[in-house]
Design a protein around this ligand. Sequence first.
Ligand SMILES: C[S@@+](CC[C@H](N)C(=O)[O-])C[C@H]1O[C@@H](n2cnc3c(N)ncnc32)[C@H](O)[C@@H]1O
Length: 342
Amino acid sequence: MKINEAAKFLSTTPKTLRFYESKGLITPEKDENNQYRYYTEHDLYRISTILALREIGVSVEEIKTLLNNPNLSMNQYLDIQRSALFEQWIEMRDMIETIDQMIESGNNSIENIHQLANHLKNLKEIRSKWQDRWNFDDQALDYDENIKKEGHIFNVHEGYDEALATVEELVNVEAGDIVLDIGIGTGNLGSRFLKGEVHVIGVDQSERMLKVCKEKHPKIETRKGHFLALPLLDHSVDSIVSSYALHHLPDEEKVLALMEMTRVLKNNGQICIADLMFEDQSHRKKVIESYQQAGKHIAIEVIEDEYFADKALLVNWLRENGFQIETIQFNDILGLVYARNY
Ligand SMILES: C[S@@+](CC[C@H](N)C(=O)[O-])C[C@H]1O[C@@H](n2cnc3c(N)ncnc32)[C@H](O)[C@@H]1O
């Protein structure tokens, strides 16, 4: 096809096609005599991909990187792009909410505006602060083997199977339900819900964990994403489960994570979190004291290095937000919160 035909076929302009060519995105064959460009079927496919990516906000430079990277599939790339767009969307939503509050408060004093702006700044800082200092990408291949090993002196996975089985027991699912597993890792919890016509979506910030999960459980839909910016639309899932993941977030981020969960959860939905947690602060203190007396210094170091949850904090927030709660404590450090909104 010549340039005018190709442009018409793709609902674009010859100028756009020449522009993509000048940026090195396409290289149509040229007739040596008259320099007319000829577009093959492969060129047309490539250009329609470029046009589609531009439509969803991908820059020309990013498209070039993507098309030249043989290790990144289009779906992987789109997954990353979706995750980034959800982060931007959530940041914009926070900004819009702050503007609404400024207008609605009827108090345009400098102090009030300053206070609201500071709150927004604080939110942005909390959201952007999280980093994967555990390097889960590197843990992905050996994760399933490693959790079976008894920890030296301190085994954080004691009770792992029982906790996952209890989540499976507590969360009622029906045909057609969507179950979201956040911090799905290699899929050990989410895969328990692959029964009947249930659709399981696994979100994780680690691409390698998602890769291992997909290889083990092809039926799970994996999405790159974060507890603080779930890559899902509002009220789109029936149940949310999560195991051994929330304790990678400090308490202030845990509250934002619960807000995100309620954003994507449908009415009458369920949330079930099994994780490293204490009943409350006094329980935490008691456990640490007993470990001190027993000389379990490594255990204390592990507890202090991570963010084992304060179950009371999770329960209070969920109750205040209309959930009915059940809780279980499996051992000193492993607990579960089941919440349902009616
Ligand atoms: C210890 S593994 C647990 C995996 C799985 N849920 C299980 O029970 O075996 C923690 C997982 O949570 C993920 N994760 C940690 N922090 C996260 C965050 N802020 N957002 C999304 N995923 C996170 C990690 O990438 C990792 O795959």
